[in-house]
Design a protein. Structure first.
Length: 104
């Protein structure tokens, strides 16, 4: 079966383990879509509210959430990550500690 771009991204995001994060660029690379980090963000932003895909585990390459801090989605993403014992240092997550290595 051949997967389309969205399906490739969803498949990779679905594999990010509890308590770990991945960057948009990392998801693009693992999905076989190098240099398409923005596409990853766009596709994830269009997920239905009822989706159980762990979109909240995807952050930017600086270890920050890419959603505006004033938005409800920002607070939701941060709360979900904190529920997974991911610790923020100010507005950043230590990628050396929490970044997923791409393996199951």
């Amino acid at each position: 079966m051949i997967l389309n771009r969205n399906q490739k991204i969803w498949l990779v995001v679905s594999k990010i383990p509890f308590g770990k994060v991945a960057t948009y660029g990392q998801i693009a690379e693992l999905a076989g879509l190098p240099r398409q980090a923005r596409a990853v963000g766009s596709i994830l932003s269009q997920l239905p509210r009822s989706s159980d895909l762990p979109w909240h585990r995807v952050i930017n390459r600086k270890g920050k959430l890419s959603i505006s801090p004033e938005s409800g989605k920002y607070m939701e993403q941060k709360a979900r990550l904190e529920q997974e014992s991911i610790i923020f240092d100010g507005d950043k997550i230590a990628l050396k500690t929490y970044q997923w290595n791409g393996e199951k």
